[in-house]
Design a protein. Structure first.
Lengths: 439, 40
């Protein structure tokens, strides 16, 4: 199972510094001092691996999903923070210059300026950095600014910790462990270079152009991108891409959006985008012919490799985008399984893609359940939220137990729906989802 | 007549708990690794 193999590999790298340090056969120090060093080494390994878990590597997020990759990145950052902050307080040995009769440094902690200064700096910066990341939505920074600060801040902290480990650590100056730190740091730097330099350079050779732009609903736009001088990308229905429109390739004005078109429709990519702020607020003014760049596909909100005698698509707001792609591809493939689309919005002006929905009803016999929390007079669809009560009412029959459920929408909606489906006896593997936001 | 649904088999927030379980298993494995290292 690839996901389990990835987790084992992760554990192996996180614990590798301990194995290398133990392999030197140095005489042991007091247990608390060894625990402190062990915590510091594991924290550093986790910190360096965080760069690769940034969600931009298809080999990882394509296997376990972007949601899981990002959650893993966020949770492990907390583990690294706790280990890093706690470790200096556990040492019991005195700080002193190396003693001539103690070549393995069993009796003292190193008293070296480089080690202390970098350690204190990292100690102060790391919690601020993690808190800033957790509070990202509340601090009101533009996404692009936050992303740059996150990448560069992480790199600065990694360099400080590397110097600290080399000068203050008992083990990290040993050739094997120093080699491991060098390899992991190089992987971290390369992963940043891959995202910020290599990908933009490759993107420049594969330009796209805005060939369609229209308003679908209140603050919701359809953007069509066409490849210029190349064959486009090979993707699966339900995946997403990072797109940059009308900005230089090295610009950080790049956002992830679900692809709303289906692979079987051709090379053009269609996106359904909601104005939220940042780049999305400028969508309405983009002229046709504007140069764009696409990095993708990413994500695994896909039907390939999954079983289900029927498929329910449950979307909130702009979460409709991947559902359109998935449903359209089923339509093209002539998939005979029954399909239900539950689509929730606040009011009627927010309902996007009405023609697509009508076509699906007509041609693919998809049952479309529209839900509005503020319905107009005479509304014939469902009223209220896409919540546990609605799901329990819609999917009560025994045949619904082995359906596949595809969820995309705001976090509270998805959590409510997931729990309702589990309550109904649907197996967890039959529920797949993708979030818009990660903390 | 209102239908009485049986009580849910799984406690609320099960999915989140399930996802967090992996995180705690990993943390436990890391803690075990550190202890083995310290007590070697």
């Amino acid at each position: 199972m690839p996901a389990a193999a990835l987790i084992l590999f992760y554990l192996l790298i996180a614990l590798a510094p301990l194995a290398l340090a133990a392999g030197r056969g140095r005489p042991p120090r007091p247990v608390m001092d060894e625990i402190a060093s062990g915590m510091a080494m594991v924290a550093f390994a986790i910190l360096l691996m965080e760069f690769v878990l940034s969600g931009r590597f298809r080999s990882i997020s394509g296997r376990v999903g972007l949601d899981v990759t990002m959650r893993f990145h966020q949770l492990l950052a907390r583990t690294a923070l706790v280990l890093a902050l706690a470790h200096p307080f556990l040492y019991t040995l005195p700080f002193a210059r190396p003693l001539p009769f103690d070549p393995t440094r069993q009796l003292t902690l190193t008293f070296a300026a480089e080690g202390l200064v970098t350690g204190v700096l990292a100690f102060v910066l790391l919690p601020g950095f993690v808190i800033l990341s957790i509070a990202r939505d509340r601090i009101g920074w533009r996404y692009e600014t936050w992303r740059l600060a996150h990448g560069l801040g992480a790199l600065a902290i990694a360099v400080l910790v590397l110097i600290h480990a080399r000068h203050a650590g008992r083990y990290s100056a040993d050739p094997q462990l120093a080699g491991l730190w060098a390899v992991l740091t190089a992987a971290a730097v390369l992963s940043l270079a891959h995202v910020y330099l290599l990908k933009p350079l490759l993107a420049r050779r594969r330009p796209w152009e805005v060939t369609g732009l229209r308003q679908l609903a209140e603050r919701t736009w359809e953007v069509v991108l066409s490849p210029r001088g190349h064959e486009g990308i090979s993707y699966r229905a339900g995946q997403f891409a990072w797109i940059r429109i009308g900005a230089p390739v090295f610009s950080l004005r790049e956002n992830p959006f679900s692809i709303a078109s289906a692979p079987g429709e051709g090379k053009d990519l269609r996106f359904v985008i909601k104005e939220l702020g940042d780049f999305t607020a400028t969508l309405s003014g983009i002229p046709l012919g504007t140069r764009a760049h696409v990095d993708g596909p990413h994500g695994n909100l896909v039907l390939e490799g999954r079983q289900g005698s029927g498929i329910a698509f449950i979307a909130g707001g702009v979460g409709i985008a991947p559902m359109l792609s998935l449903l359209r591809q089923l339509e093209i493939d002539g998939d005979p399984r029954p399909t239900v689309l539950v689509y929730g919005n606040r009011h009627a002006g927010q309902i996007a893609c009405t023609e697509d929905l009508a076509r699906m009803r007509r041609q693919h016999r998809t049952e479309v359940v529209q839900v509005l929390s503020e319905p107009p007079q005479g509304w014939e669809g469902e009223r209220g939220m896409v919540d546990a009560a609605l799901i329990a009412r819609l999917f009560t029959e025994a045949r619904h137990r082995d359906w596949l459920y595809v969820l995309c929408g705001p976090a509270p909606m998805m959590e409510g729906v997931e729990e309702a489906l589990l309550d109904l006896g649907v197996a967890p593997r039959q529920i797949i989802s993708e979030r818009f936001q990660h903390d | 007549m209102t239908e009485r649904r049986p009580p849910p088999k799984l406690p609320p927030h099960t999915t989140r708990v399930r996802r967090l379980a992996l995180f705690w298993v990993l943390n436990a494995a890391l803690a075990a690794g550190i202890l083995v290292f310290a007590l070697r």
